[in-house]
Design a protein around this ligand. Structure first.
Ligand code: C5P
Length: 294
């Protein structure tokens, strides 16, 4: 979550895509939530949120994926503002504008990242502080992936996604391409259709990956246990993965989260940029983005 601009009254934060480089489902809790192990990074694309003082709580949404959200009466950002204000015993007063560039129901935590940025942005706007544990508890009430989005940098997630530890050092200048074939996928439906819930855990994660090739080699031995279920629901995911793998510069490709967005890893951001151009040209109907990884 980077602060990109601020004057006395306006604050803009970015809410980056959350990518599961590996995602292993290792069990299920009595409440139905799944236990998992995941190596998570952020980047490749982002939403932007502007916060302004106001006497009311108001959210406007613009940007390429605004349509999918306008209908939602109980947006996660509005719920985040209300929960935070209740905890701080203040009124949820803010004028928020979300510039929605991340596809919705896409396996890259767009809503979770927006909610996390809302918590951080409102704390600054309201000039308040809160104990880290309380902030994480509010985040978890909003969704299993919201606490990790508060971190916004490479981490290892356990539990239902809420037990976080620092991730490995990533190769310098690692590039990533994200592709979504514009097929929304419902996360609960993918979890529900899982046949196995007790898969092999992730292998031990090295403390650093010195090159993109070393990271790709390690990822080769890991999995995304949601990938098969998502492909059954949306076979186009296989076409996306194939297109990434067919690109001569792509070192590794996999689906993120519950899909349908897939990522490709590249030796540099420049390599990712050129590949993104090629892939967008040959598949004009897909959403294609690129960027660095943190
Ligand atoms: O927590 P969140 O609302 O983001 O999760 C969406 C849905 O995904 C949950 O209702 C649940 O069906 C499923 N889920 C799960 N196990 C997780 C995370 C999410 O079963 N660890």
């Amino acid at each position: 979550m980077t602060k990109t601009a601020t004057d006395q009254s306006i604050l803009t934060l970015t809410a980056p895509a959350k990518i599961n480089l590996a995602l292993h489902i290792t069990g299920q809790r009595d409440d139905g939530y799944h236990l998992l192990e995941s190596l998570v990074v952020f980047g490749g694309a982002e939403d932007r949120i502007q916060f302004k003082p106001s006497r009311h709580l108001h959210l406007s949404v613009k940007g390429s994926f605004a349509e999918g959200l306008r209908q939602e009466p109980d947006n996660l950002m509005v719920r985040a503002a209300r929960l935070l204000a209740a905890e701080l015993k203040c009124k949820p007063e803010a004028d928020m504008t979300l510039d929605k560039s991340l596809p919705i129901s896409a396996g890259i935590g767009g809503g979770s990242s927006d909610a996390a940025a809302t918590l951080l942005g409102l704390l600054r706007l309201w000039q308040r502080t809160i104990n880290d544990d309380k902030l994480r508890m509010i985040a978890l009430k909003l969704g299993a992936d919201v606490p990790m989005c508060l971190e916004g940098s490479c981490l290892i997630a356990g539990g239902v996604g809420d037990e976080l530890s620092p991730g490995p050092r990533l190769p310098k200048n690692l590039g990533m391409v994200l592709i979504n074939p514009r097929v929304p996928i419902s996360t609960p439906s993918i979890f529900k259709s899982l046949k196995r819930k007790d898969n092999k855990p992730m292998g031990p994660v090295p403390s650093a990956f010195l090159s993109a090739v070393a990271l790709a080699d390690w990822l080769d031995d890991q999995r995304n246990d949601l990938e098969m279920a998502a492909i059954e629901q949306a076979p186009v995911i296989e076409t996306v993965l194939q297109a990434l793998e067919d690109d001569g510069d792509c070192l590794f490709a996999r689906m993120s989260g519950s899909g349908a967005t897939c990522f490709g890893l590249f030796a540099s951001v420049k390599h990712a940029e050129y590949a993104a151009r090629r892939l967008a040209f040959s598949h004009p109907n897909w959403w294609v983005s690129h960027g660095g990884v943190q």
